[in-house]
Design a binder for this molecule. Structure first.
Ligand SMILES: [Zn+2]
Length: 114
């Protein structure tokens, strides 16, 4: 068993990519932080261009990441940028966002709308 530690941003991105690339299928993989298969991916974007960002978190340890700009595949459940914050946070709970290791680009969860 691995000793308990906090997963790095890079480990989160690796897990995210596995889940993202499997879309529109949802796959269950262990959380890079706590090991539970309770990861959630929620995409938020522009319904016309299908460009947005991803929120990726673990419902067990409530850690996760938020990506910069990404393409949202068709047929995948997506929330609109226009959704009121209150409604949006019903889909995406407040979790602790691991800041990217690479610079400080677009680290805020809803930063792409500005
Ligand atoms: Zn976890």
């Amino acid at each position: 068993m691995e000793p308990r530690r906090t997963a790095t941003w890079y480990e989160w991105i690796q897990a995210y990519e596995r889940v993202y690339l499997a879309l529109p299928k949802s796959i269950r993989i262990p959380c890079p932080n706590c090991g539970q298969a309770t990861l959630r991916l929620q995409l938020t974007g522009n319904p016309e261009t299908h460009v947005g960002f991803a929120s990726f978190w673990c419902t067990t340890c409530m850690l996760g990441i938020s990506t910069g700009r990404c393409n949202i595949p068709h047929g995948v459940d997506m929330l609109s940028f226009d959704l009121p914050d209150e409604e949006w946070s019903r889909h995406v709970p407040q979790y602790k966002v691991i800041p990217p290791d690479l610079g400080r680009r677009r680290r805020s969860v809803r930063g792409l709308t500005s």
